[in-house]
Design a binder for this molecule. Structure first.
Ligand code: C5P
Length: 314
């Protein structure tokens, strides 16, 4: 008999997002450092008769059909491994959507991990991540989580030492979201002329990523140095277009966050702190400084794992 599974699907922030060139597949060649945080969705999988895939979600703006990455993840495995039962997927969204926090990607990663268990597929992490890469650039990272260097489209991962002593206060205006394709396309329009096109130079950039200042700080697990080396190329296009996002960043800086940056394509901005007490103080100060009911704040801790099985039941 097939079991039901409940999984925890953490959000991610970028500590680094450098765009180094174009790719033949239309995506960008990236150098990223990705970090899981303990703000997480809960994904439940229940077996269904036939081969139906159903999505249920507590968030009214999330599409419950093939536009949803979680649906596409289930469809992908169903196509690869026909003969398995259908599945009902319940998404309890805690991660804000359109936020630059990989909320949709982590739900899809949870579906891959959960269906591997439900259908007894016996997939290795590499196989799961190969399937994940066909669905989206951040999904392979979401499977394994923790702290990782991500090259290529974002799917070529090298695990890095844990940084779980750091905290991130996230700030996002509820009514604001940024389209990731828009951010990358605008970046290409504005900065495409300076993309690296020489394959040898690209290779050099990829290798150099392993010894960058941020990676050295991470390898020493130096919580004061890591925040000094945050970097995100997409800030160059998103911040001028969204002054409210720039203002969040300025405010974190003014309040003395260890470091501050926009995550991914935004519009979430995070401020770093080295203890929960400091992070809660920082969140309280943000709340007072920007007394806008549209602004959501979360105190989160860096975490060392990706998708986690919480429970299974017959
Ligand atoms: O892979 P994913 O669906 O998450 O990517 C969303 C969009 O972000 C892509 O359609 C593309 O416009 C942009 N992107 C990119 N290069 C990457 C990753 C994403 O241009 N490496």
């Amino acid at each position: 008999m097939k079991h039901s599974y409940t999984l925890k699907a953490p959000a991610k922030i970028n500590l680094l997002l450098e765009i180094i060139g174009d790719r033949a597949d239309g995506f960008h060649e990236l150098v990223m450092v990705l970090q899981s945080i303990d703000l997480a969705d809960i994904v439940q999988l229940h077996p269904l008769g036939g081969d139906r895939i159903e999505i249920h979600c507590n968030h009214p703006e999330i599409p419950c059909d093939q536009r949803n990455l979680a649906y596409r993840a289930a469809r992908l495995l169903q196509d690869k491994y026909p003969g398995n039962a259908g599945v009902s997927i319940s998404l309890q969204k805690n991660i804000p959507i359109g936020a630059g926090l990989a909320g949709g990607s982590t739900d899809a990663a949870a579906v891959l991990v959960g269906l591997d268990l439900m259908w007894n597929l016996g997939l290795t992490q590499t196989e799961l991540q190969d399937y994940a890469a066909t669905l989206g650039s951040d999904i392979p990272f979401c499977v394994s989580g923790g702290t990782a260097l991500a090259l290529g489209r974002g799917e070529a991962l090298t695990p890095l030492p844990d940084l779980d002593q750091l905290y991130a206060v996230l700030a996002k205006y509820q009514s604001l979201s940024v389209s990731t394709p828009w951010a990358y396309q605008t970046y290409r329009q504005q900065f495409g002329a300076s993309y690296c096109r020489d394959p040898q130079l690209l290779d050099h950039r990829r290798r150099a990523a392993h010894s960058s200042d941020l990676l050295v700080a991470i390898s020493h697990r130096d919580v004061l140095q890591v925040p000094q080396h945050l970097y995100n190329d997409l800030e160059k296009v998103v911040l001028p277009q969204y002054p409210l996002v720039q203002a969040l960043r300025d405010q974190f800086e003014k309040l003395g966050a260890l470091g501050t940056m926009m995550s991914g394509s935004g519009p979430t901005v995070f401020g770093l702190a080295e203890s929960r007490i400091q992070a809660e103080r920082l969140a309280g100060q943000m709340r007072v400084a920007i007394a806008d009911p549209d602004l959501d704040l979360w105190v989160t801790q860096f975490c060392s794992s990706g998708i986690q099985l919480l429970s299974s039941s017959p």
